[in-house]
Design a binder for this molecule. Structure first.
Ligand SMILES: Cc1ncc(COP(=O)(O)O)c(C=O)c1O
Length: 469
């Protein structure tokens, strides 16, 4: 199949996610033929180093044999059966494994298909729990400034990224917003954690008895631009939730499975949330699957005679799909077989030294790292930290230049980051850093004008940060 044909056919019928389709007039989608470890191989033979793990899902490389084999083996037995009224080995074994590897006290597993739907399940379960235990006035949710928990209407109700939320605002529930614990430029991380925790305490007190849950992305607000906060915030958050009898929902969809240096970010603060949402890396990047883990206390509040109408009547057709569960079991086996902490520390060290020289670049600010995640801000003026006007799409210029160097980087607005699969080598990380530098240089060398016909519809000073390229 000629490559040009595939792109033409694609543009005739497909509508791509998170994309202004008109961009494809100048930047057509790249036809990928196969994956090979940390690399994506295009139909024309070009290779792209997947420095962002394909939207943070891939853990152990594309085409990883152990996961592919587990899916193949399962496929020969059973592709799918509804999980209401039926069960199967992959769903049970995966749930057992998840209970074993997550913080003690998370003992019940509910499956969904993707991150946003897992978040919705946690929100619905929390809300419904309070009704079931006789506190129906607890109906509100608290999320953090810059929070991102997915893009379905329910998940947008606890998401604070204007780019995704604004248009749909009339349709979306209004959360209570607490300040982000990520430090402002120059602020001490511990001071920022304390500031945010104090504000959260005040918010919980001011709305006492009306809040169902606080939802948090532990340690890193990824979609907000890899905003890292101190673990001290999480410990204070857990204590505040306990004091105010409010659920804590840990959205580990992006941070789970080692990215921050421990299997789950919550471990670094030794906290156990009331709900933990997992997806993305759960299947090693092979198949869509998500899980919500919760406590026996929550489960018990729903366990009653049918006529009490306490049951959690939420379902998706593909809940607990056997192929996805088999992929997840194989992924967890890989996590357990690999000295994951040491691997991530090694990758983190490589990222840190490869990216360090960029810190002095006149258009780079706030170089930061946690675990196997590294990020920096592209700035117009380093001294003041002023970003470029968002309409200029400098992040897109970084993406283009990096792709031309054979590296897939996809900045979040003007935040350039890497979150590679764990099979990446030190030499490959050097390639990623070199591509990032080339990207920064290409993006800041020229005056970037917004493409003709894309007149801004927002005020120039409002930066709708998000996955905009
Ligand atoms: C923290 C977090 N929660 C939820 C989601 C939504 O997951 P999905 O894209 O699978 O709906 C994401 C996706 O990036 C995420 O980073």
């Amino acid at each position: 199949m000629p490559i040009a044909d595939l792109v033409t056919r694609d543009l005739r019928v497909l509508w791509h996610p998170c994309t202004q389709m008109r961009d494809h007039e100048t930047l057509p989608p790249v036809p990928i033929d196969r994956g090979d470890g940390a690399w994506l191989v295009a139909a024309d033979g070009r290779r792209y180093l997947d420095a962002i793990s394909s939207w943070w899902v891939n853990l152990f490389g594309h085409g990883r044999a152990e996961i592919a084999d587990a899916i193949r083996e399962q496929l020969a037995r059973l592709e799918h059966v509804m999980l209401a009224g039926f069960t199967h080995e992959p769903a049970v074994a995966l749930a057992e494994a998840l209970v074993r590897i997550t913080p003690d006290g998370l003992s019940r597993v509910f499956y969904t298909d993707n991150g946003a739907s897992a978040v919705e399940v946690a929100l619905k379960m929390s809300f419904h729990y309070w009704r079931n235990v006789g506190e129906p006035e607890r109906t509100r949710f608290v999320c953090l400034e810059g929070s991102y928990h997915g893009e379905t209407l329910g998940a947008l109700g606890v998401t604070d990224v204007a780019l995704y939320r604004e248009v749909y605002d009339p349709l979306i529930a209004r959360p209570l917003l607490a300040p982000s614990p990520a430090p402002e430029p120059g602020e001490d991380p511990l001071a920022a954690a304390a500031r945010a925790a104090d504000a959260l305490e005040r918010l919980l007190a001011a709305h006492a008895g009306t809040i169902a849950a606080v939802i948090v992305e532990p340690l890193v607000q990824c979609a907000a631009g890899m905003r890292i906060h101190d673990r001290a915030f999480l410990a204070r958050l857990r204590a505040a939730c306990d004091r105010h009898r409010v659920h804590l929902i840990a959205d580990e969809i992006a941070t789970g499975f080692g990215r921050t240096g421990t299997l789950f970010a919550c471990e670094q603060a030794a906290i156990r949330p009331d709900f933990m949402c997992l997806s993305k890396g759960l299947t090693g990047g092979f198949l869509p699957l998500a899980a919500v883990l919760t406590t026996e206390d929550v489960y018990a509040a729903f366990y009653a005679d049918w006529a009490t109408r306490r049951a959690f009547l939420h379902s998706h057709s593909y809940t607990g799909n056997p192929l996805a569960c088999a992929a997840a079991r194989a992924t967890i086996e890989l996590c357990e077989r690999t000295p994951l902490g040491a691997e991530v520390a090694r990758i983190g060290g490589w990222l840190e030294s490869a990216f360090a020289p960029l810190a002095s670049h006149p258009h780079v600010a706030n170089l930061r790292r946690l675990g196997a995640i590294v990020a920096f801000d592209l700035v117009a003026d380093r001294a003041t930290g002023t970003p470029f006007p968002w309409q200029e799409r400098r992040g897109l210029a970084v993406h283009r230049a990096a792709m031309a160097s054979g590296v897939l980087l996809r900045p979040i607005g003007q935040v350039v980051y890497a979150m590679p699969p764990y099979v990446v080598t030190g030499d490959e990380i050097a390639l990623i850093a070199a591509a990032a530098r080339r990207g920064v240089e290409a993006a800041t060398r020229v005056s970037c004008r917004p493409p003709a016909g894309s007149e801004p519809t927002r005020p120039a000073d409002a930066d709708p940060s998000g996955l905009e390229v």
